[in-house]
Design a protein around this ligand. Structure first.
Ligand SMILES: *Cc1c(COP(=O)(O)O)cnc(C)c1O
Length: 385
């Protein structure tokens, strides 16, 4: 059977993988080398220098392409360096439309790094398709979508964005970090580029910082590969190996993240001291219908606001948590809690932040795969009754 025909839960394990050519190692070896012997100048076996290519990284890149159901994968030193490569496709004068509750680091990269090179970024609530079209002009080249959004859990209609991109001749890139290809595959819905912070769910164990891009178009893949090699923010062999190892259990981890996420979303929603819970699985979530149609589940990311919520109240709760660790990041097997206003989103001005709902009292949970009873007991002791 062609490995291409495998179902998702097998692709995570076998996708793009073959036993190593040298000794038949079933797991891809960690080729911890910068360079490769040549028999005659130019006479190499496919690898010359590890910025340009490394067999462990190639194994990861093939796996990434396979699980996103795309043709070409590229692995970077971080999620942000993967984004950086995408924006380097643009020229001074070009414009980008993106969502207004973007991951803080993405916002910082756009505004504080690329604006000074003459690229303009517009931000709007992309769940409102018309507002996106209103920001498009003849200089627009790229739509940058993140869905579900971080930390407000808005869901953006990927197929509608793909239709807009097609109508106006734009590239559509989707940050698929929160959903992972287990829950949603943007290329199948018409996106041109899928991006990941593989640091999160793909790696899954909070032990690497890695980024990824997956595309279908050969010319686009070649341009991105050129930038990857020319700028050099590549994923190293050890991190490639660890990310590959993480991907092998992506489907079982995600299944449990979704189950635990649902239980905690419902627990918080029924808690008398909680004002508001943001989770796309609720039937009254404003984008629930889109979430249901484009995702195979709702994930383990939840944000909530305690009643009468102040900065201090939120800080109190996150400091009392014992099973949840207070930390940035998300998507690992362990549960994490974060306070976006002072942590992940501190680089976004308060007025901008609050416009999209990131209030001082907002708490974000990355629900892990521990026993659900322990997670709920931990929240109960921290929030009180
Ligand atoms: C973490 C994250 C990034 C940045 O990725 P790094 O691996 O930290 O560089 C981008 N987008 C989202 C949604 C993220 O959560």
């Amino acid at each position: 059977m062609e490995k291409k025909e495998l179902k998702f839960n097998s692709k995570t394990i076998h996708g793009g993988q073959q036993p190593d050519k040298a000794y038949g190692a079933v797991m891809p070896p960690i080729y911890q080398t910068s360079t490769y012997a040549q028999s005659t100048p130019g006479g190499h076996q496919g690898f010359e220098y590890s910025r340009s290519g490394n067999p462990t990284r190639t194994a990861l890149e093939n796996a990434l392409a396979s699980i996103e159901n795309g043709r070409y994968g590229l692995a970077f030193a971080s999620g942000l360096s993967a984004m950086d490569a995408v924006i380097k496709l643009l020229e001074p004068g070009d414009e980008v439309v993106s969502t207004n509750d973007l991951y803080g680091g993405s916002y910082r990269l756009f505004r504080q790094v690329f604006e000074k090179y003459g690229i303009t970024f517009h931000f709007t609530a992309m769940q409102d398709v018309e507002s996106v079209e209103g920001k498009i002009n003849d200089k627009t080249k790229l739509l940058w979508v993140e869905t579900p959004t971080n930390p407000m859990m808005n869901v953006i209609d990927i197929a509608a964005m793909a239709a807009l991109a097609k109508k106006h001749g734009l590239l559509l890139a989707v940050d698929n970090t929160f959903a992972t290809p287990y829950l949603q595959r943007p290329l199948e819905m018409g996106a041109d580029i899928v991006m990941h912070s593989a640091t999160k769910y793909l790696g899954g164990h909070s032990d690497v910082v890695v980024g990824a891009l997956v595309v279908n178009d050969k010319e686009l893949a070649e341009k991105l590969y050129f930038i990857q090699n020319a700028s050099g923010a590549v994923c190293g062999p050890m991190d490639s190996f660890l990310t590959l190892r993480g991907i092998k259990t992506l489907h079982v981890r995600m299944q449990r993240h979704c189950e635990n996420g649902e239980a905690i979303a419902n627990y918080l929603r029924n808690h008398p001291k909680i004002e508001k819970v943001y989770w796309p699985g609720f039937e009254d979530h404003p984008n629930h219908e889109i979430a249901k149609s484009q995702m195979n589940g709702f994930g383990g990311m939840i944000s909530f606001v305690p009643k009468g919520g102040t900065f201090k109240e939120a800080v109190n709760i996150v400091e009392k948590l014992r099973v949840f660790t207070l930390a940035e990041s998300l998507g690992g097997v362990e549960s994490l809690a974060g306070h976006p206003a002072s942590m992940t989103h501190a680089s976004i001005p308060k007025t901008e932040r609050e416009k999209s709902g990131v209030v001082d009292a907002l708490i974000r949970l990355s629900v892990g795969i521990e026993d659900i009873d322990d997670l709920i007991a931990d929240l109960e002791q921290a929030i009180g009754r």
